[in-house]
Ligand binder design. Structure first.
Ligand code: FAD
Length: 289
């Protein structure tokens, strides 16, 4: 199933998981995927060495198993910084062999040893896949607060328009904790004539440490009401997780009421997060029971 077809037909609900690192067995990720599949998502996406985790080799096998074993559409991530066209071809061949034809085309973060070979930006990768593999549906990343390397918000939108023009079929947002920032971004997209569907990515906070990491790695604004909520939990980690899920669920209800194209949950491989999101989205009639 092409994700773009699904987005054209309905408001979507989807999950992200990450595969295990290196040679670790993939069974745990598959168990998570099958539990998440029970919540009937439109697709499950699988990250590619996110945060330098070195788990890219397992992205293909986990994505293939999602399609085969759970009957759910898989969206395989792919980064291109430091990759040649040949390496991208091999990756796409491997995906096709596994029956996976939805890919999230990313540049990836700059890191030592990751120089530009054939692709400088995600838009180069998008154009390459659209040109050489028309059978693939190609998604891309977008940033409601602008990308942290980009000097200003309008330039970030200009770069997003380049991704649309390169052929991106849909966008998935970076996580955000303040829906108003997303609505401002949506207005910006309209100004730049960006009409490609945008799926909102929501990640519940799970601990003080995780929220600090998010602020530094992706530049997400942490509203004071998030800080108040987490501080009220003291050192109780279960209470912090519960508060994070509750806050994310409030965000979901608000997004559902404001008519978004799709909702994507960064589950951090925790099926209980997916279940809570489904429950609240059924409660507000975004999803059918
Ligand atoms: P690009 O769109 O290429 O943008 C990178 C920077 O270059 C931006 O600052 C942009 O404004 C600028 N730029 C773009 N085009 C031009 C141009 N023509 N001229 C000048 N500047 C330009 N990372 C992983 O490693 N693995 C993952 O699985 C992963 N999954 C992700 C999923 C989502 C939904 C999101 C939002 C991010 C994900 N990331 C992942 C992180 C991503 O790799 C980083 O945010 C990375 O820094 C940028 O990737 P991009 O594809 O947005 O790059």
């Amino acid at each position: 199933m092409r994700i773009s077809d699904r987005l054209a037909a309905k408001q979507t609900f989807s999950f992200e998981i990450f595969p295990p690192k290196g040679d670790l067995p993939i069974d745990q990720a598959l168990k998570v995927a099958s539990e998440l599949a029970a919540d009937d998502p439109d697709w499950i996406s699988v990250t590619f060495s996110a945060g330098g985790s070195g788990n890219s080799a397992n992205t293909v096998s986990v994505s293939g198993a999602i399609e085969r074993d759970t009957g759910t559409t898989a969206l395989a991530h792919l980064t291109c910084l430091g990759s040649s066209r040949e390496a991208v071809d091999l990756y796409l061949d491997a995906l096709e062999e596994q029956g996976v034809t939805n890919v999230l085309a990313l540049r990836g973060d700059r890191a030592p040893g990751k120089e530009v070979i054939d692709f400088a930006y995600a838009s180069d990768l998008i154009a390459y896949i659209k040109d050489t593999r028309p059978e693939f549906c190609v998604g891309a990343a977008c940033y409601p607060e602008g990308h942290f390397e980009c000097d200003d918000f309008e330039t970030s939108l200009e770069h997003l328009k380049i991704k649309q023009d390169a052929g991106a079929d849909f966008f998935v947002t970076q996580l955000f904790f303040d829906n108003e920032l997303y609505y401002r971004f949506r207005e910006g997209c309209a100004r730049w004539r960006i009409k490609t569907p945008v799926v909102c990515g929501i990640m519940p906070f799970t601990s003080v440490k995780q929220i600090q990491r998010m602020a530094f790695t992706c530049g997400a604004t942490i509203p004071s009401r998030v800080i108040r909520k987490i501080v009220a939990c003291g050192d109780d980690e279960d209470a912090q997780l519960e508060a994070g899920i509750e806050y994310a669920c409030d965000q979901l209800v608000d997004l559902a009421e404001n008519g978004v194209d799709g909702i994507h949950i960064y589950t951090m491989n925790r099926p209980e997060i997916g279940r809570a999101a489904r429950r609240v989205l059924v409660g507000c009639n975004y999803l059918e029971a």
